[in-house]
Design a binder for this molecule. Sequence first.
Ligand code: SF4
Length: 341
Amino acid sequence: MVSQTLQTDTVSAAPLCTDWRAALADAVHDPAELCRLLRLDPSVAAAAERAADGFPLLVPRPFIGRIRPGDPQDPLLAQVLPRGAELAESPGFSADPLGEAQATVAPGLLCKYQGRSLMVTTGRCAVHCRFCFRRHFPHHASPRTLADWEPAMRRLAAERSIHEVILSGGDPLTVPDEQLARLARRLAQIPHLSRLRVHTRLPVMIPRRVTDELLGWLRGTRLSPVVVVQVNHPAEIDTAVAAALGRLVDAGIPVLNQAVLLRGINDRIDVLAQLCERLADLRVMPYYLHQLDPVAGTAHFQVPEPTGIRLIAQLRARLPGYAVPRYVREIPGQTSKLVLA
Ligand code: SF4
């Protein structure tokens, strides 16, 4: 994935490196270093180096701190460690399984869903999830400056049926707050837009990303903000993550979670139930459990749909209805997700 950042037309006066930016810059890229930190056999690093070709390893240190040292099967490690299985070709798995190239209506702007549009705000992430459905996305073609976004803004202004914009990526919260605030102000000038959704893993990867400045522009826009995070396993939530999510909720911002059903990571009822309960305790609604999108290099994460349907039935038997996510699959060309259970 190519890193790029939304830039403003003017040079920012903000310091180059605030705290969360330092953590972002300090992320681990080298499989050998990751294995050293986690006391894993050097052969694991050698295999990861081969598998990382084209989609490099990237893990921030706060997330590494939650991985069990010495355990090559740790469910958090499995989300970030490149493995040889990624190099295998699998029938039905492709670079763009959701047809996002066809859904791109202006540079960086995707119209896939009824009433909503998605802006690929940046190609940069805090972590490279090995199952990412955009791991082959051509991020170099997306806008970098506010001026570059104008064709997308004109398109949004012309489409009166669009009421919600989703900032996606990459991870939009890798972009500095002052730049995101300007983008939000520009979007707020489009009268028929009423909601702004942010899809991000940053509050989980680097909890200190939930800054006063972030809360300030989210609360300050006339658009109703919604933040959607991604937590796939309960061990991802430590005290710092819980506090970061709490700050968002306390600021009056609805926070939802979308998880991906992943083989060997969260495809057991005890793990899913613990995840959903923990999220509900933190006032984060378990919103979606996604069936894996069939993107090339990820087939080893796939869980059969009947297993997912059975897991949701088991969750319903254990948890209150609001704590049970909808199990969904995205189908290219469909304007909403297919609810499987
Ligand atoms: S944070 Fe999101 S966009 Fe980035 S690699 Fe993970 S799933 Fe993909």
